[in-house]
Ligand binder design. Structure first.
Ligand SMILES: [Zn+2]
Length: 427
């Protein structure tokens, strides 16, 4: 990973050309070009029309390549990048994760996060929705020059402890707020009540209220496994054993008697959540509620495979107008932090998804879910940030098409954030 010599000329014009440029917010452009200056896109279009008549232009051509907006990984846990846990049922995997993580000092969370940022950038990811218990991933993201929302995670199933847990966490966040180098343009704080089986309704209410009052994004895990749905609806099933292993007392837990999405809707919580992750165990009524409450849904297809969970009916979700985006989840349950590989896996679930729609899930949809769309993250448009990714396509394709982005042989060769090359694959 390196910054190129182009960095010294950041204030001058830079012309980036490729056989195909896909701005996402507009139609693909053959023999396209992006003109940038000072970290921003000045123009995007056909090379012959936007090439400036100036000698103060640094040029870069990407052969046999497609240039796309920087990829957005809407859900990951960068701080878990250094952890490997064997596949098992979610209710067994969670206690394994917790027992390992309890031993970690803070410097391990930071070095693990740095593995995550390096993997992300080399996969073309420029912006992340990152869940963090330790808060250390913020340092790694800032140092890597990436963008993202750090969703600080809240855990605690007992309503009576909600106030103490909430206040303690908010204190920790405010103490870390003025980290040197932090910039609102790059990294923002968000909140994440973990999941309704691990976080009490009272703690949910406090976090979502704080989020909506202070314009902080809120994300939560929801309905990842059949055990989770059973536990929330009835208080029964495989999650009982998990709580025993974790030594968590759940005697006071009152089952919802319905889907947690229905429950959160009734409690006024759902409309204050921006992003729900997984939603594998959802049905038509859930999708209607998610759509009408304006909640984005992040699907993590390969993490679902890891746990042998069936993901929700994507074709039906799409036809119901649910706002979808993609995430990898952590390296502890996913083979890589590549959103393009996640998109390929999603298409195996629903082959009717067009390549342009898949690219939208990997870019602009995620940017909207994380609140970065006004800066131009997830698209390439004049005035927007100069964040983009170059994907080299196998040479046997003579006429490049957006479809080729999702060929397993295609490779990310360059990642640019704010006009600076942050990764370049050497041939
Ligand atoms: Zn997750």
């Amino acid at each position: 990973m390196k910054e190129s010599s182009l960095d010294n000329t950041k204030d001058r014009f830079q012309l980036w050309t490729a056989d195909l440029v896909c701005p996402v917010s507009d139609l693909p452009i053959r023999n396209g070009a992006v003109l940038t200056s000072n970290g921003k896109v000045v123009a995007v279009g056909e090379e012959e029309f936007i090439r400036p008549h100036s000698t103060f232009v640094t040029e870069r051509h990407f052969k046999n390549s497609i240039l796309i907006p920087g990829l957005v990984n809407s859900h990951t846990h960068l701080e878990l990048s250094g952890m490997q846990i064997s596949p098992s049922k979610l209710s067994e995997w969670i206690p394994n994760l917790v027992s390992q993580i309890r031993e970690w000092p803070s410097h391990l969370f930071l070095s693990s996060s740095r593995i995550g940022t390096a993997n992300s950038i080399s996969s073309g990811v420029t912006c992340v929705g990152d869940i963090s218990v330790s808060g250390e991933s913020k340092t790694a993201i800032v140092d890597a020059g990436m963008r993202g929302v750090i969703f600080h995670e809240f855990l605690g199933i007992n309503d009576r402890e909600a106030e103490i847990i909430f206040n303690k966490k908010m204190e920790e966040i405010s103490e870390s707020k003025n980290y040197e180098g932090e910039s609102n343009e790059f990294v923002r704080n968000g909140l994440s009540p973990h999941s309704p089986y691990s976080t009490s309704s009272e703690l949910y209410k406090r976090t979502v209220s704080y989020g909506s009052l202070n314009n902080w994004k809120v994300a939560t895990h929801l309905l990842e496994s059949p055990d989770e749905l059973q536990f929330l609806e009835t208080g029964e099933g495989g999650f009982q054993d998990m709580f025993k292993k974790l030594k968590i007392d759940i005697d006071f837990f009152e089952p919802f008697g319905c889907s947690p999405i229905e429950y959160f809707n009734q409690k006024g919580i759902l409309r204050k959540i921006d992003l729900v992750v997984h939603c594998n165990q959802t049905d038509e009524n859930d999708w209607r509620l998610l759509r009408t409450n304006g909640v984005h849904v992040c699907i993590c297809p390969r993490s679902a495979s890891f746990f042998e969970h069936q993901i929700a009916d994507i074709m039906q979700m799409r036809s119901q107008g649910v706002m979808l985006c993609l995430g990898t989840d952590s390296l502890a349950s996913s083979p890589s932090l590549s959103v393009l590989e996640e998109a390929i896996a999603l298409r195996e679930e629903d082959s009717s998804i067009e390549a342009s729609e898949l690219l939208m899930y990997c870019t602009l949809s995620g940017s909207k879910a994380l609140g970065f769309e006004n800066e131009g993250v997830g698209s390439i448009m004049p005035g927007g940030v100069a964040d983009f990714t170059v994907v080299e396509i196998p040479e046997d394709y003579k006429y490049l098409d957006i479809e080729h982005l999702f060929d397993k042989r295609s490779v990310v060769t360059c990642t640019v954030i704010n006009g600076i090359i942050r990764f370049e694959k050497k041939t």
